[in-house]
Ligand binder design. Structure first.
Ligand code: NAP
Length: 332
């Protein structure tokens, strides 16, 4: 049974990856920050899941012990990175763990991942998008090869900018590492845009969800006349993101920067879908201006990710993704 290591295994995207890996017959070793999170995931994922505790990916040699214990790991999927914005210390709470965590993962794999042939790093479209031109339909086309132009100094101005810097610098550091170091594995990176879709396991449905799913969950905590939150852009379903993580180590593809984006996204459109498909929620979800989300393409910056999409068959639509996400929350 082939072994795959998933860092940050208790995270939203990671659990979906773990679930898919287990369903395909892999043995999964996940790193989590506490035994409680590891035990819960083992309960959900089953006997082919084991965990190691890595409290802080930013600490030197963070993954050494975990990899020493699992010398048969074939693929290392590094998903862990801070996606939490309520901090005053952007440098130490967001940027440093993202960049150092990525380098620590690569260094540990280099030293102790004797059998690791493939490394996949979860980056973000935030590493690619020109943050000042996100809402400019005439902006340069964003592709797999783009890098956001934000400066490190701007990254300290607020935590969202910090996140943009954290993901770009972490991904760049990874590519630089494999270019300059003697490594026995190939690298692919995956930079999803906003990810929504159900939690892998019902136990993952919490009062407050992870950042991206909370955009939908938050609509269920509103009133019909509540102001519609403003969040336009694009999206990809979490199950498609999980599929691409498997593609990135199962296929022969190497040195590739996947950019999973499947459709436009607008909170207004999500609210319209929920109000139509879940009549019982009409007393909570904001009405806003129904239909106004349909012209999001006229407001949002363009992208071209044809190369990535060639590896993803039948991507899940926004409507399906919203319905499945809400269905899980309502029926938990
Ligand atoms: P998530 O649920 O918050 O998962 C993040 C994971 O990283 C959690 O397991 C978290 O552990 C762990 N982590 C964070 N900081 C850590 C640290 N210093 N030491 C050890 N572990 C740490 O968020 P997610 O949405 O699944 O994100 C997973 C990955 O996808 C991240 O790399 C993120 O940048 C990327 N991504 C997400 C989206 C999106 O829309 N969700 C879009 C593009 C890219 P705890 O939960 O225990 O703190």
């Amino acid at each position: 049974m082939q072994e795959v290591f998933v860092s940050g295994a208790s995270g939203y995207i990671a659990q979906n990856i773990v679930k898919l890996l287990i369903s395909k017959g892999y043995k999964v070793i996940g790193s989590v920050r506490s035994a409680a999170k590891g035990d819960q995931l083992k309960k959900d994922a089953g006997e082919n899941f084991d965990y190691e505790i890595v409290e802080n990916i930013g600490a030197p040699n963070a993954f050494d012990e975990a990899l020493k214990k699992h010398p048969n790991v074939y693929a290392f999927l590094h998903t862990a990175s801070p996606v939490a914005f309520a901090t005053e210390d952007i440098a130490n709470d967001i940027i440093k763990p993202a960049v150092e965590g990525t380098l620590n993962a690569l260094k540990s794999v280099q030293k102790y991942g004797t059998n690791v042939k493939k490394v996949v790093i979860t980056s973000s479209a935030a590493a690619k998008l020109d943050y000042q031109n996100i809402y400019n339909p005439d902006a340069a086309v964003v592709t797999e090869e783009s890098w956001n132009p934000i400066t490190d100094e701007e990254g300290l101005l607020n935590s969202m900018f910090g996140y943009f810097v954290s993901k770009r610098n972490a991904e760049k550091a990874a590519w630089e590492f494999v270019k300059t170091e003697d490594v026995k594995f190939t690298l692919n990176t995956i930079a999803p845009t906003l990810v929504i879709g159900p939690q892998a396991y019902a136990s993952g449905v919490k009062e407050t969800a992870n950042f991206s799913v909370e955009l939908l969950n938050g609509l269920l905590k509103s009133k019909p006349d509540s102001e519609m939150p403003v969040f336009d852009g694009n999206f990809v379903d979490v199950r498609d993101v999980a599929k691409l993580h498997l593609h990135a180590f199962e296929s022969d593809v190497k040195d590739f920067k996947y950019l999973p984006i499947t459709d436009y996204f607008s909170i207004q459109t999500c609210a319209d879908i929920i109000r139509e498909k879940f009549p019982s929620l009409r007393d909570t979800v904001p009405i806003g201006t129904p239909g106004a989300g349909k012209d999001v393409h006229t407001r949002y910056s363009p992208w071209d990710n044809k190369k990535t999409m060639a590896y993803l068959e039948d991507p899940i639509s926004l409507e399906q993704s919203v319905v499945d996400t809400i269905d899980q929350i309502v029926n938990k």
